[in-house]
Design a protein around this ligand. Structure first.
Ligand code: FES
Length: 159
C-alpha cells in the first residue's frame, strides 16, 4: 500500500468524522475545517473538495475560508509549529523584537515551513496569556515573558 493511499483513506475518515460530529450545513464550515485540520495537521486539497461536496458549498468559498484563518493551514506543517501571538498587548511587551528574532533564527517568514520540514512559523491571535507576553507556543508548549536571548535556547530544545 502506498503512502498516498494511506493518506487518501485518512483524509476521507477525518472529513467523515467532522461531518458526523457537526451538522452538515454551511454555518458549520469553520468548525468542520478546524476539526479536520486538527486531525490531519493541515487541510489537503482533497479534504477541501470532499467538504465542499458534502456541504454543498462552492469549492472557492471553502478554499478562501481555509486560507483566511490563522489556525487553519492548507499546506503541510513542519514537525515543530511555532505559534507567535501578534496581538497588541504582546506587541507592546516587546513582541516585535521577539518576532524578528524568531524569523532570523528559523529563516522563515509568517506562514512558511522550512525546506527540511523541521519548523513552521505562524502567527496567532491572543492566546489569553497577555499577562506574560510576549508569548509563543511550540507544539503545545507555552513560553511566556520571552526575551530575544531566550529564543535560541528555547528553539534548541527541539533539535
Ligand atoms: S495578546 Fe498575546 S497572549 Fe494576549
Amino acid at each position: 500500500m502506498t503512502s498516498q493511499t494511506e493518506i487518501a483513506v485518512s483524509v476521507t475518515e477525518a472529513v467523515q468524522n467532522a461531518l458526523d460530529y457537526y451538522e452538515k450545513k454551511e454555518e458549520e464550515l469553520i468548525p468542520i475545517l478546524s476539526k479536520v485540520n486538527r486531525e490531519l495537521g493541515f487541510l489537503p486539497q482533497e479534504a477541501l473538495e470532499q467538504i465542499s461536496e458534502k456541504l454543498k458549498v462552492p469549492k472557492s468559498k471553502v478554499k478562501s475560508v481555509a486560507s483566511f484563518y490563522h489556525m487553519l493551514s492548507t499546506k503541510p506543517l513542519g514537525r515543530h509549529v511555532i505559534k507567535f501571538c501578534e496581538n497588541a498587548p504582546c506587541h507592546v511587551a516587546g513582541g516585535g523584537e521577539i518576532w524578528s528574532a524568531l524569523k532570523d533564527a528559523t529563516h522563515l517568514q509568517a506562514g512558511e515551513t522550512s525546506p527540511d520540514g523541521k519548523w513552521s512559523l505562524v502567527t496567532t491571535s491572543c492566546l489569553g496569556l497577555c499577562a506574560v507576553g510576549p508569548v509563543m507556543v511550540i507544539d503545545g508548549d507555552v513560553y511566556g515573558n520571552l526575551t530575544v536571548d531566550k529564543v535560541p535556547e528555547i528553539l534548541g530544545r527541539y533539535e
